[in-house]
Write a protein that binds this ligand. Structure first.
Ligand code: MHO
Length: 205
């Protein structure tokens, strides 16, 4: 059973020095779970970026795009490895006709930008044919609570444990354990022992 103590113990032992990476890869629920599964991805959050409208929301998104922001441990996972995964999650010669679902690889530092250029030079893709937007991140606007860790919402064996551990919505959003559980219930392989060994959903009635 998922207990509050296991959640709080897991969340206490995560690395402190993290970096962030932000990608637009279609509806943000998918990449939230896919990247949350990776060893070295510590936290995930979804939001809006890439546009100019102040204070976008899901209903009034303006010219922004749904994006996932990853907090990762650079000791365990490199930006290039995240790019590898991002290129597994979309085809760079295509692009969504809807601004809400555009494919965008953001860079947040000069270092990430040069890593992106090096990655593309080494990749099978031709720079001229890539339709994925490559942009510097201007501002990340956090999305509504009900979009964060979307897959675990309504899974009472998970949400009851977080409630018992006194986590509110923003604490769940920022919880490393929640990122792993969200990936697990979305069907991704998560190599975190507590997800695999300890937690069994109670059977549906
Ligand atoms: N409305 C679509 C996509 C949601 S995503 C957060 C759906 O319900 O699947 O844009």
């Amino acid at each position: 059973m998922l207990t509050p103590t296991v959640i709080t113990d897991f969340d206490r032992q995560v690395p402190e020095d993290t970096k962030t990476a932000t990608f637009g890869l279609g509806c943000f629920w998918g990449p939230d779970a896919a990247f949350g599964a990776l060893d070295g991805v510590v936290r995930t959050r979804v939001g809006y970026a890439g546009g100019t409208k102040p204070d976008p929301s899901y209903e009034i998104i303006g010219d922004h795009t749904e994006v996932v922001q990853l907090e990762y441990d650079p000791e365990q996972l490199s930006f290039s490895e995240l790019l590898d995964r991002a290129f597994d999650e979309h085809h760079p010669y295509q692009q969504s006709g809807k601004r809400q679902y555009q494919q965008i690889l953001f860079t947040e530092t000069a270092e990430q930008y040069s890593q992106l250029l090096a990655y593309l030079d080494d990749s099978e893709f031709s720079r001229e044919r890539i339709n994925t937007r490559l942009e510097e991140l201007d501002q990340f606007h956090i999305a509504e609570d009900y979009h964060q860790k979307f897959n675990l919402r309504g899974k009472r064996w998970i949400t009851d444990a977080f409630a018992e551990a006194d986590y509110d919505d923003s604490a769940i959003r920022e919880s490393p354990a929640a990122a792993k559980l969200n990936a697990h219930v979305a069907g991704h392989d998560v190599s975190v022992p507590f997800v695999k060994q300890t937690y069994e959903p109670r059977s549906e009635q």
